[in-house]
Write a protein that binds this ligand. Structure first.
Ligand code: ZN
Ligand code: ZN
Length: 125
């Protein structure tokens, strides 16, 4: 099934209007799940990242640490598990090195590597 991507909202739609973004009326781009190059700028370097809120993760660990004296350390265990489940639930998100667009919610069949700052440097200019 084809998906449609709005480069303004950085969102992927698989239903609804296929020509214009329902949020901002921008033209949508057709996302073929087999894409290997950036569908927006054609750059062949994309990377996968966990769309995970780092701050939230730290906060959870902090709460766990604070509760240690009250729960004899059980809180750390529980929250570590919670943290793990939260992290597991987060889907991979593709991002383009060149145009920096995120392809949130996009299904893809290609294999992409995690962020590599050596590659990123090539696009820093
Ligand atoms: Zn939009
Ligand atoms: Zn791009």
């Amino acid at each position: 099934m084809n998906q449609f991507y709005c480069s303004k909202c950085e969102k992927t739609f698989s239903d609804g209007n296929k020509d214009y973004c329902k949020d901002c009326n921008n033209n949508l781009i057709i996302l073929d799940p087999e894409f290997l190059n950036c569908p927006v700028c054609g750059c062949k370097n994309l990377y996968v990242k966990k769309n995970f809120n780092q701050l939230l993760g730290c906060f959870i660990i902090f709460i766990g640490a604070v509760l240690v004296p009250l729960t004899y350390g059980i809180s750390l265990l529980v929250l570590a598990l919670f943290d793990y489940l939260l992290f597991r639930r987060v889907e991979d998100c593709l991002q383009c090195y060149k145009c920096k667009l995120e392809f949130r919610g996009a299904n893809f069949t290609g294999r992409f590597d995690p962020f590599d700052h050596h590659i990123a440097e090539l696009y820093e200019k």
